[in-house]
Write a protein that binds this ligand. Sequence first.
Ligand SMILES: Nc1ncnc2c1ncn2[C@@H]1O[C@H](COP(=O)(O)OP(=O)(O)O)[C@@H](O)[C@H]1O
Ligand SMILES: [Mg+2]
Length: 339
Amino acid sequence: MAENKDLFDVVADFYPPESIEGVSWHGSRVILTLIDVEEDEVKKQALTKELEKIEGIDKVTILYTSERKVVNLSAIRGDAERSSWMIRGVKKIIAVASGKGGVGKSTTATNIAFALKKIGLKTALFDADIYGPSIPTMLGYEGTAPVSYDGKTFEPFEVMGMQTMSIGTLIGKDTPLIWRGPKACGALQQLLSDVNWHDVDVMVMDMPPGTGDIQITLSQQVRIDGAIIVSTPQDIALIDAVKGVNMFKAVNVPILGIVENMSYYLCPECGHREYVFGENGAKNTAEKLNVDFLGDVPLDIKIRMHADEGKPIVESEPESLFAKNYIEIAKKVKDKLKL
Ligand SMILES: Nc1ncnc2c1ncn2[C@@H]1O[C@H](COP(=O)(O)OP(=O)(O)O)[C@@H](O)[C@H]1O
Ligand SMILES: [Mg+2]
């Protein structure tokens, strides 16, 4: 059984992850396009069988191609199917994603959002992490219900000049399981289109961790202008980061780059940098995947403390080295988005 495995895990048992050129979902039907691998009927049938064991997938069609972008997603899917979740009042959307949970995705998303605001952009932070929404805690609006003036749409929360909303305001902390799958997607879609975002230049979206069907659906349905992958430096985390990069490539979302979080421990006494998990892991991975390395952030108790206390470090200690790291990353993002 392909239990607990997502599409990318299953494909990886048969082909290298970079051979996934495209994945398109049509309800429970999936079209998978593989590039630069030899067509092999036996392998094709075995892979199809394994993929059809995944919950939510009924039928799989595997296509082989040798020309990148010839058989691509928009060709298969038709452009009309893309960007069908309307988000009004927002110019650009970036997704902050990670191959797995616990790497500091939300902390990074929050600080990058505040850094983008610091460099002059009107910014929003949307928490789409149905598995563990943590933005309300990080920005201190946990347990507060959103306001509606017309009984149909919600006003975003406004915290330290940041417009923000979280799927956590709709789903309780203790009930994430039942919200997985299509139900969670429905709730997300509704929330995204029902918030009155006010004239936002860039929205930072904290994605659910992983590369399953929810993440793929979100990346396909929302008009995402770029994705940032957060990883810690350990080999095992980097393998998941590769999956994240390949997922966005597969759905034609531009990769803005990789951020390495908890890169090193900075001794507060002497300033020595201790590379606990080795040096340059994410940088090398980015190079191999031909995507940009956006920067690194050390492991530091202050980053955690300020996150827990509801005031991210970019706001609470704007002159710190940590805030500067995030601002450097934000500048690169701003340039890449041509904002
Ligand atoms: N650079 C960092 N230094 C210290 N603590 C960090 C750092 N990044 C994240 N954390 C802490 O690690 C924990 C997990 O981070 P979080 O952003 O919630 O991860 P994710 O969203 O990937 O699950 C949190 O307690 C957070 O404060
Ligand atoms: Mg999180």
